[in-house]
Design a protein around this ligand. Sequence first.
Ligand code: GTP
Length: 605
Amino acid sequence: MQAIHSMKNIRNFSIIAHVDHGKSTLADCFIRSCGALQEREMVAQVLDSMDIERERGITIKAQTATLRYKSEQGGEYELNLIDTPGHADFAYEVSRSLGACEGALVLVDATQGIQAQTVANCYKAVAQGLDIIPVINKIDLPGADIERTTSQIEQIIGLSVENLLCCSAKTGAGTREILEAVVHNFNSPQGDPQAPLQALVIDSWFDAYAGVVVLVRVMAGELRQKAKVRFMEDGIERYANEIGQFTPRATPCDTLTCGQLGYLIGAIKDLSVAKVGDTITTASHSATKALPGFQQVSPQLFASFFPIEADLFVQLKEAFERLRLNDSALTLEYENSVAFGQGVRCGFLGMLHLEIIQERLSREHQVESIITAPSVAHEIELTDGSIVIVKSAAELPSPTRIRRICEPMAEVTILQPEQYVGSVIQLCNAHRGRQLAMEQSGLQAISRWRLPMAELVMGFVGELKSATHGYASFDYEASGFEVADIVRVDILVNGDGVDALSMLVPRGMAERRGRELLIKLKDAIPRQQFKVPLQAVIGGKIIAREDIRALRKNVLAKCYGGDVTRKKKLIERQKRGKKRMRKFGNVDIPQEAFLAVLDMSSGNG
Ligand code: GTP
């Protein structure tokens, strides 16, 4: 593609919306109507390149496409479109994408109306000073209510509907008008093309063939192929071996000029060199100041992974390190559990992030593992005044050394039809929530809450959906720490502590959570030849107990006589089952028992 040399003819924009409102489909539509790909090359949601993204129909990584567009009113434009993820776990990707744009299309599903993430993402765009065009999508559906959606856009997010557009990303109706509006209503990028290079790192990922690929937005100056560039944060220098744009295929070019969006490949093996938010400048004619960058993302949820067989740890470790190459939000720490041996303690952005990593681990790397119940990080103030961050119950210092425990909090926005307000209040109260605000807008109510992060990962989203028959939507943001009365509950199986099952819970909920866990364990652990007590304890005091009754029959009981093949078969089957089990003292705990614990904590799926 030939470069467009005037900055006036460049438009950088994002599509932001609530999950499933049609961003990726609209992006496909734009790619198609700009003729960037042949019809035979098009697959639905072309920018969702990971298998999991396609299967789950969600966008995980923000993707870009540089398109060439001929306006109906004359003039040829370079459109840099950034597709963004909608799920709250990946909200940080939205902020980054917006950092590279001058405009945003706020897409709203005409059948669903405004949802929590529409509001949250739209506020982010407004805060970053972007031009906004509201677009109502899915107008082809019989349930589309354009009038109601329009008034929600005005009343709930307070956007002017003067330049509102309607479309169907599925049929393509109205999408040409959106491209015209992008060209005529959004500002072109600003910046000094003569100044020293300042390119903002929007994203970076690992490609098996090319090494690290860095997505940049040139804010000042220009980036030339073969130039020696410097990553300003660490001062590391590399040659820009290849630069180019995604059209949406990677297409090399000689220069990325001021205002353009593109990629850089420069023999970089390690993702930590190309940190998101860093500034790239030329080594010879350097910029004196780096760009402001982005807020760092921090993991909210922690879980440990242990290999099914202890000798597979190296394989698990390598798989995680490879996954991390492509996911800077994933944090890894190696640990040793009494029960499981070596494992990896991982930090995730939320439940969905955890599930995706878990799936990629078994799908892309064929590593099966045991996962402990996810927990949040607690801030512990010790009696000597020092502060430690504890990411798993097993790490909790002895109670005599603890002055107080603080837990992470979240600010939650919930949008719900008016008739569900009561159920939402009840649910949030049950999850230790504190209401911050409640507004009514037509038939919709928006409420803001402060909730412990631990509650959000303990099935809150699933419960919200069932309490409101799927009509409520929610968004959250991490919001500091607060003092809480938290205790550590340990689980004993046949008198032996299983450290991986310990959990930190509010004192008032300890008994209930302990009992729930024991009941699940009771179902999941096979009966033994003897009675097995399961106990939940706090500092040696038993708070709940369940017993697994002794087994009366053995698997060969029915096979008397000389039926050797049948016996062998039964024994083989038993062996296969056992392969997946790990031994604790004299009780087998199958992986399902651990998954049952994980299940209790999820519900976000
Ligand atoms: P995330 O990537 O998960 O944030 O979702 P998204 O906003 O990118 O939504 P996506 O494009 O994946 O669309 C969600 C579903 O809505 C898909 O099944 C689309 O086929 C469907 N869809 C999108 N736009 C339209 C439309 O205009 N009309 C109809 N009928 N369906 C649409």
